[in-house]
Design a protein around this ligand. Structure first.
Ligand code: HEM
Ligand code: HEM
Length: 215
């Protein structure tokens, strides 16, 4: 899997980090969330299409939960679950103007991954039981909860959609920060799977995360 690349510094090479399923998941999720959001805000008053796209988001999130347990190492949740010490140590390296060469999601990126997945989970859960009291756009599972709960869920579905927007905005801002400040392209690896990483990190047993952030 390893590719030689003369432009990379000594001890760094391009290896496959992101598996095809994870890459398809990512771009499908991005597209589905953007379209679902757009249909919710600007689509037809009858939300049938919005709900169908919402089901696609549910399917993708379910896949990610499974893949986080049984997928290849860099996709596993345990691979990017870092304690406060490692996270703070990595955060201290963020202003440095050089690539991290991290073999997967770095500790700060990991926070954003968990944050995005959790908020999307809450968004779809509130959508499913949402009752706007218009006899029209009632979530398919609203009948199983009390009317008060369904109204509450509706309020949260609206509020959370703004949090989704904020987190996606932050996510893209972080990618741009890496690209233009840290001179590290994270997008191409999410397309091709190949990422420039330190050879020592991928030689470690089980492709475990680096012990010290030397970025
Ligand atoms: C609604 C839009 C988006 C959502 C919901 C989203 C969500 C996510 C999630 C959940 C991950 C973690 C992947 C995993 O499951 O392990 C991720 C990673 C990533 N996303 Fe997005 N994404 C969105 C849009 C974008 C866009 C437009 C770009 C490109 C500019 C992008 C670039 C990336 C990259 C490069 C990573 C890997 C970061 C790393 O190396 O740690 N995403 N995204
Ligand atoms: C990532 C997934 C989702 C996103 C980003 C999203 C986003 C939105 C947005 C932006 C609105 C309009 C809110 C407003 O006008 O302030 C909305 C409304 C709504 N969504 Fe979702 N939604 C998602 C998933 C779902 C799912 C899975 C369902 C149910 C199957 C659902 C059911 C509804 C309903 C019933 C409304 C109309 C509420 C009303 O008229 O008050 N949504 N959604």
């Amino acid at each position: 899997m390893k590719q030689q690349d003369d432009e990379l510094p000594e001890g760094v090479s391009r290896v496959r980090i992101w598996d095809p399923a994870l890459r398809v998941f990512h771009w499908a999720l991005a597209a589905a969330v953007i379209v679902t959001w757009g249909l919710g805000k600007f689509g037809p008053a009858i939300m049938t299409l919005h709900m169908y796209l919402g089901y696609a988001v549910i399917g993708l999130l379910a896949f990610r939960l499974i893949w986080g347990g049984v997928g290849p190492n860099p996709a596993r949740f345990s691979h990017f679950l870092f304690g406060p010490k490692k996270t703070l140590a990595y955060a201290a390296t963020l202003p440095k103007r050089r690539p991290s060469y991290w073999p997967g999601h770095n500790p700060i990126g990991a926070l954003s991954v968990f944050g995005l997945l959790a908020i999307l989970g809450a968004q779809v859960a509130t959508g499913l039981i949402s009752d706007p009291d218009d006899f029209l756009n009632v979530g398919p599972l609203a009948k199983y909860v009390s009317f008060e709960t369904a109204r509450l869920a509706n309020g949260w579905h609206h509020r959370l959609s703004l949090v989704v927007l904020l987190l996606v905005g932050l996510h893209i801002a972080a990618i741009l920060y890496y690209r233009f400040w840290k001179r590290e392209d994270l997008v191409t690896p999410m397309i091709t799977g190949q990422k420039a990483v330190r050879e020592a990190d991928v030689r470690a047993p089980q492709n475990t995360p680096p012990t010290s952030p030397s970025a």
